[in-house]
Design a protein around this ligand. Structure first.
Ligand code: NAP
Length: 514
């Protein structure tokens, strides 16, 4: 069980007390008193802050970092040691001293003396703010060799998500309490999984202004979005793999559904930088560690084709639609560890269209459809439309890409500038034009939109794009990208859990967010 811990980073006593009270109000378990942030630090201040933490029913870690390991005010070593010893005497639950500082004879003597006479426990820490630490086990062993009763804390900077797995291995095999953090955006999942993997502490900030390390998220996000309290060893893991990933709505959607449906599951944002090699390495890292209990992934830009190639290589199952579209947006890891690949964009898009037009799939046959764009979403839409017998023309800025896609799916193509000579029954925008933040853009001239047309924009942020607003004004039927996004997400949820998500609940989650 990890303690959800807020670093207190104020310069003054009063501000520090306010931060401690706020941490308590947000439901944190512990505060880390970063005494190196406090100007004019003295023993009296330490006592006031520890007393205030206790009154606020918070456990405490007291630390006064040396500048080489992130300390803010460069207090002299002897002073820092005295402060830590005094914090232990004043009732701090933990004192955190850097291994390098503790190794000096003076520190060892003072700290060991107070450990004997107080209830405080000693954390010995090692930080690398620039790069991953490759010999984690060696460092862990050397901390315990230096002081067998110490709690090792190792924090390193992850440059790629694959740097997290050595940390997970150490958490899995540890024989003592351990605090393990991979800092930076690429290390985020070590923070999100702290409770499941039994790191002693999960650091989270009060807000985005008071974080003490790159990649730290807020207490509210940890508790509300990432199900901190609900995690345990058995929690099954899911996530969205992509780059960038921070704006994905999938963690909000799936974690809300898991909570509402009382499922012991957690969904993570998985920033995966790099290409096929890093993708394959990530999947190998996941599938060779069954104890992590990863069960499935949504896959987004730029990894949809990497996912397909990976599953082909390992001889996993690829469903017909994913094979046809040549891209995968859903991976499920079966209990036999077989990896199954699906694409839910196809169904999501066609369902949005027929629902919006209030027709059935059969009625799409022979409809004249202009599809704008020839990227990943366009592939899924064109595959779906040609399957139901619609007459599709693909228009793209780069005509050669439209030609390739049209040849594959046996339909027409043209340069996007040529659109307009013939009217279509349905116009589908599969380009990114009009997407946030460039919401004033429209992919085609409004002159080609007619009142009896259906206009479907797959862009879902904003919900009403300029294209849709224009089409609505002209009296056309309009369908927004959120409908498709919701459909494909519901289908993914079914693949992940075998259960149906309530469409109205899903819609509400997104509508509240937007
Ligand atoms: P993609 O593979 O990168 O394709 C982007 C397409 O947009 C290409 O055809 C590209 O043309 C075209 N394009 C980009 N900028 C353009 C511009 N300034 N003018 C004209 N054409 C332009 O991306 P994708 O995965 O297909 O995603 C496309 C959009 O679909 C996303 O932006 C997102 O809003 C939406 N989407 C919706 C859902 C949903 O569930 N509703 C899911 C995923 C994505 P070139 O070939 O000439 O570069």
């Amino acid at each position: 069980m990890a303690y959800l811990t807020v670093p207190i980073t104020a310069k003054t006593v009063e501000q520090s007390k306010q931060q401690i009270s706020s941490a308590a109000n947000l439901g944190a378990d512990m505060v880390e008193l970063r005494l190196d942030y406090i100007e004019g630090l003295n023993q009296e201040i330490v006592k006031i802050l520890i007393d205030h933490s206790k009154e606020s029913k918070m456990k405490t870690i007291a630390t006064c970092r040396r500048s080489q390991e992130g300390g803010v005010i460069d207090y002299p070593r002897q002073f820092r040691i005295q402060i830590l010893a005094f914090a232990a005497q004043s009732g701090a639950d933990y004192i955190d001293c850097e291994l390098a500082t503790y190794k000096t004879a003076a520190a060892k003597k003072s700290i060991n003396a107070v450990l004997k006479n107080t209830k405080a426990k000693l954390i010995l820490s090692v930080h690398d703010f620039k790069k991953p630490i490759t010999n984690l086990q060696e460092i862990y062993d050397s901390i315990l060799l230096t002081c067998p009763v110490a709690i090792p804390k190792i924090a390193y900077f992850a440059k790629n998500i694959n740097d997290c797995f050595a940390g997970f291995d150490l958490l899995h095999t540890k024989e003592t309490d351990l605090i393990l953090i991979a800092m930076g955006q690429d290390g985020l999942i070590t923070r999100l999984l702290a409770n499941k993997l039994d790191s002693l502490v999960c650091f989270a900030s009060l807000d985005n202004q008071t974080s003490t390390a790159p990649g730290q998220i807020t207490v509210s996000q940890m508790r509300d979005l990432f199900r901190f309290e609900a995690q345990n060893e058995q929690t099954e893991l899911f996530g969205v793999i992509g780059n960038p990933i921070e704006h994905s709505l999938s963690p909000l959607l799936h974690n809300t559904l898991f909570r509402q449906m009382n499922m012991n599951k957690l969904y993570l944002p998985i920033l995966l930088k790099g290409d096929q090699l890093e993708f394959d390495t990530f999947m190998e890292n996941v599938t060779t560690r069954q104890w992590l209990n990863f069960r499935g992934f949504s896959v987004t830009i730029p990894h949809k084709v990497n996912a397909l190639d990976y599953v082909s290589k390992i001889g996993g199952f690829i469903d017909d639609q994913a094979a046809k579209i040549d891209a995968v947006n859903t991976l499920v890891i079966g209990y036999n560890e077989r990896v199954n690949a699906y694409n839910t964009d196809y169904e999501g898009a066609i369902d949005a269209l027929v629902l919006g037009m209030n027709i059935n799939r059969k009625q799409l046959e022979h409809k004249k459809v202009a599809v704008l764009g020839a990227g990943g979403v366009s592939r899924a839409v064109v595959a779906g439309l040609t399957d139901v017998g619609a007459r599709v023309t693909i228009y793209n800025r780069t005509a050669i890409k439209a030609k390739r896609l049209a040849n594959e799916f046996k339909c027409q193509y043209a340069d996007i500038s040529e659109i307009g000579s013939e009217s279509a029954d349905i116009l589908v925008n599969c380009t990114s034009v009009g997407m946030y933040p460039k919401i004033d853009q429209i992919p085609v001239s409004q002159d080609i939109i007619y009142p009896d047309m259906t206009v479907f924009d797959t862009v879902y942020n904003p919900k009403e794009t300029k294209l849709l607003a224009t089409a609505k004004e002209k009296g056309a039927i309009v369908i927004n990208g959120l409908e498709m996004f919701i459909n494909q997400a519901i289908e993914q949820f079914r693949h992940f859990t075998g259960k149906n998500a309530d469409r109205n609940v899903v819609k509400k989650i997104f509508e509240e967010k937007f």
